[in-house]
Design a protein around this ligand. Structure first.
Ligand code: ATP
Length: 412
C-alpha cells in the first residue's frame, strides 16, 4: 500500500440520547490501525460553545494518518452511515479528507465566531481530496475546522468508551477510584472530582458511549490517572490532543458593540453592587470604554456566585464569558484591586440603637423613636472578603474550552 500523510475530519454524528463523534473517531482510528495505517495524531477540537444547534459540547475530531486516504474516506463514510444518528433532525454529519490542512483562519472563526456552510464548502473545493455532507451537511463546518486547527496551547483527554451491549445499563465507575486518580495526578489532571460536591464530574449523565474522561496536561498523566480507575470494562479507549482548557474561544474586548454568541475577555470597572435575582442568578454592570455590560453568574456556578456577590463598585476586574441575550455569562474573573469599600448610611441613634431616617431634603436625620436629630450621615468602611486573583466556576459548571486555574494563568 502506498502511504500518504493525510487528515480526516468528522462532525455532527450524534443525537442527545445516542452516539458521540469522538466514539466514531476512535472506532475509525482503531480500524485504520488494523488495516495497516498509522494514526499519527488524534484531535478532539471544541468549537464555539454558543452554537445553538450543538448537541452537547460542540466537539469535532480530526485524525492525522499515514496510509491510504481513499480507503480511509470510504471507511469513515461507511461508519457514519452505519452509526450516526441520521434519524435525528439535528444530526447533519460531515466527513472530510485532506492531504494539506486548509488555512487555520477557518478554525479560528469556528472556535470564536460563526461560520456558514458555504465557506466550508468553498474551502473544501480547493483543499479537500474528498468530502461528503449528509442531510444539511452542517457537520462539514466542524470537520473542516478540526482539520484546519492549530493549537497555540493544548491539553489532553483520555476517553474510555462503553461496550455496546452495556449502553442501556447504568454506568459502573467507582467514585472513590476517581477521587484517588485525581489526588494521584493533580495538578497535572483536573475536572475528575469536585471537592465541594464530593463527587466525580468526569462521567457523562447522558446516554452516550462515553464511560468517563480524564483531562490533563500530558498523555502520560491522563493515562496514569486512568490506570487507577475501577470501572466496568471499557469497549474502546483513546487519548486525544485537544484545545479544551485553553481559552481558545475568548476574544479580547476593547470597545464597541458586543456580538451575540461571541465569548469575550473584558477588562472593566464594576459599576454597581451585584444583586441576586430570580433563580439565584447574580448580576452586575461592568463598565468598559463607556459601555455598560450586564454580567451574570448563573445558579449552576454555585459558590462562584459568592465571589461575584462580594464585588463592589470601583473594583477593576477581567471578566471572561459568552455574550448571550445581551449578558456576559461569567466563566471566571480576575480581580485586579479590591480596595476597602466606602458607603454612607443613616447615623445610629445612640440612645435607641436604631438607625435614624431622613428628616426631609437637606434636613439631616431624625430618630423616629426619641426624636433626636443629627445632621451628618455615617461613612462606613467595608472590609473586603475578596482579594486580587483569579476566581472560577466549579469543575461541574466549567466550559470545555475554559482554562482551569490549576493550569496557571497567562498574565493580563
Ligand atoms: P457531536 O458529538 O456530534 O460532535 P456536538 O455537541 O459536538 O455533538 P454537533 O452535533 O456536532 O454538536 O453540532 C454542532 C454543529 O454546529 C455541527 O454541525 C458543526 O459543524 C456546527 N458548528 C460548529 N461550530 C460552528 C460555528 N462556529 N459556526 C457554525 N456552525 C458551527
Amino acid at each position: 500500500m502506498k502511504k500518504t500523510r493525510f487528515f480526516i475530519g468528522l462532525d455532527d454524528t450524534d443525537a442527545p440520547d445516542m452516539m458521540c463523534t469522538t466514539w466514531l473517531g476512535t472506532l475509525l482510528a482503531d480500524l485504520l490501525g488494523k488495516a495497516g495505517m498509522k494514526v499519527l495524531s488524534a484531535r478532539l477540537v471544541r468549537l464555539n460553545p454558543t452554537i445553538p444547534h450543538k448537541t452537547r459540547g460542540n466537539a469535532a475530531i480530526s485524525l492525522c494518518i499515514l496510509g491510504d486516504p481513499e480507503y480511509a474516506f470510504i471507511l469513515a463514510c461507511d461508519l457514519v452511515e452505519r452509526y450516526s444518528a441520521l434519524s435525528c433532525d439535528n444530526t447533519n454529519p460531515g466527513v472530510v479528507a485532506c492531504i494539506e490542512k486548509p488555512p487555520s483562519a477557518f478554525y479560528l472563526k469556528a472556535v470564536q465566531g460563526h461560520c456558514h456552510i458555504d465557506e466550508a464548502i468553498s474551502l473544501l473545493s480547493r483543499h479537500a481530496v474528498h468530502f461528503r455532507g449528509y442531510k444539511l451537511g452542517r457537520g462539514l463546518i466542524g470537520a473542516t475546522a478540526a482539520i484546519s486547527s492549530v493549537f497555540p496551547d493544548h491539553t489532553w483527554e483520555y476517553l474510555a468508551y462503553r461496550q455496546a451491549d452495556r449502553l442501556h445499563l447504568p454506568r459502573e465507575v467507582d467514585a472513590e477510584s476517581l477521587r484517588h486518580s485525581e489526588e494521584l495526578t493533580t495538578p497535572h489532571t483536573w475536572d475528575t472530582w469536585d471537592y465541594d460536591l464530593k463527587g466525580p464530574v468526569c462521567i457523562p449523565h447522558t446516554q452516550d458511549p462515553v464511560l468517563y474522561g480524564i483531562r490533563g496536561d500530558s498523555p502520560f498523566m491522563v493515562a496514569k490517572a486512568a490506570s487507577v480507575v475501577r470501572s466496568e470494562p471499557a469497549g474502546m479507549e483513546r487519548i486525544w490532543m485537544t484545545n479544551q482548557g485553553t481559552d481558545a474561544h475568548l476574544v479580547p474586548y476593547d470597545h464597541g458593540l458586543m456580538h451575540e454568541g461571541i465569548s469575550y475577555l473584558v477588562r472593566g470597572i464594576v459599576k454597581e453592587i451585584p444583586v441576586t435575582g430570580k433563580g439565584g442568578h447574580v448580576s452586575f454592570p461592568l463598565e468598559r470604554s463607556g459601555h455598560l455590560i450586564p454580567c451574570m453568574a448563573f445558579e449552576p456556578t454555585k459558590k462562584f456566585r459568592d465571589i461575584v456577590r462580594s464585588l463592589r463598585p470601583g473594583d477593576e476586574i477581567l471578566a471572561a464569558g459568552s455574550y448571550l441575550k445581551n449578558t456576559l455569562n461569567l466563566e471566571k474573573i480576575y480581580v485586579f484591586s479590591a480596595e476597602p469599600f466606602l458607603y454612607i448610611q443613616a447615623p445610629l441613634c445612640q440612645a435607641c440603637q436604631k438607625r435614624m431616617t431622613s428628616a426631609g431634603s437637606g434636613k439631616g436625620y431624625k430618630c423616629r423613636r426619641c426624636g433626636v436629630r443629627k445632621a451628618e450621615h455615617e461613612v462606613i468602611k467595608e472590609q473586603r472578603s475578596i482579594s486580587p486573583g483569579w476566581y472560577e466556576v466549579p469543575p461541574g459548571a466549567r466550559r470545555n474550552l475554559s482554562r482551569p486555574s490549576v493550569r496557571g494563568y497567562v498574565k493580563h
